[in-house]
Design a protein around this ligand. Sequence first.
Ligand code: PA5
Length: 423
Amino acid sequence: MLRLDLTHAKLNKDLATYQKQVTTLHEALMNKTCKGNDYVGWVEWPNQYDRDELVKILEESKKVRENADVLLVCGIGGSYLGARAVIEMVNGLYSKSKPEVIFIGNTFSSTYIAQVLKYIEGKSVYCNVISKSGTTTETALAFRLIKQFIEKTYGKAEAKNRIYATTDAHKGTLKNIAEKEGYVTFNIPDDIGGRFSVITAVGLFPIAVAGIDIEALLLGTKKAYEDFSSSDLKQNIAYQYAVARRILQDAGKDVEMLVSYELQMVMFAEWWKQLFGESEGKNGLGILPTSANFSTDLHSLGQFVQDGKKVLFETVLVVDKPTLDIEFPSDEENLDQMNYLASKKLSWVNEMARLGTLEAHEVTGNVANIMIHLQDMSAETFGYLAYFFFRACAMTVLLLDVNPFDQPGVEIYKKNMFKLLGK
Ligand code: PA5
């Protein structure tokens, strides 16, 4: 389902030199004695997720699929990125799947919010508001506007059939609103943080509304759980990747660029950046996660990768089987002089671009490349890949002796903003 290739990674140390540390940290993660051990609920989730909640998600998502033109998903950070990453990766960017899923609650941009509110006029609108804390300002601000729109358009009684809340099971402002208004609610487990929550109702409900098989996604996480259950670096590719990052940073590579050759993986990279950025960027430490989409960005960032300061390494997601393919046509006149590609598949052209780029960056540019081959862009592969990155992220950050599961740094802008807003 996934293949890690470190043959282009220019590692100057043997992975095995980390085996002892990896074994100790693996045991600490599995026994829940590692740093941040209050937030390791995601580890056993593939075996222990709530089956009744899954049935409820499937039933409710079916109702929304039958009745909605638009599902507004209102959330930010971990309560937003995962669902969007999966929906774009699996369905593509111009899917005809109904309802349309629109993300809001992830910005203060007046233009964006006003445009969405205009766009949904006259459509059958449902909303899934998602917030673990229940108090996130971007989300609360957008939700008040949506709630008023839905109540005004359909009446208060019907509004409760159209609004779903995903939040803490017991407490919080959103929980209180949901109880008072009678919304159907889904639970966010206490011990799973936002950036690990795409495999809970946070991701699963909107993903199911988008017509994607969430049972297949969970099956992918289960397969990954089994494949990454060993602490042995010879067998566990998630830990191999975790250690390779540490070796590269020790060699002066402070930036990791996640690269894909599929435009529908752009949001996946955004999700990955949150996972690694919020987990690792603490105490003056960490690798800066960044991303690019090739060949698009070979016409922009490619210059820096090839010739700029040697601060980065690339981690390339290679999709072995594209979802769709096209044969390039021949043209009698050949005015564009493109006949040399006649009868070739576009996926082959993309692959040749990847191989040419690998040589340019690795050999000519001396840039280390980690390759992660995915079998396809299905829901099951996403589940597997997400769990691979969860395990790798936890290990690579624990190797720095840092808690991977908190994010104290994100509070400071909020404090300053609230002062300015007069809260
Ligand atoms: O990873 C995280 O914890 C954050 O990105 C949160 O998911 C984000 O701030 C949203 O928080 P909440 O779900 O409480 O609204």
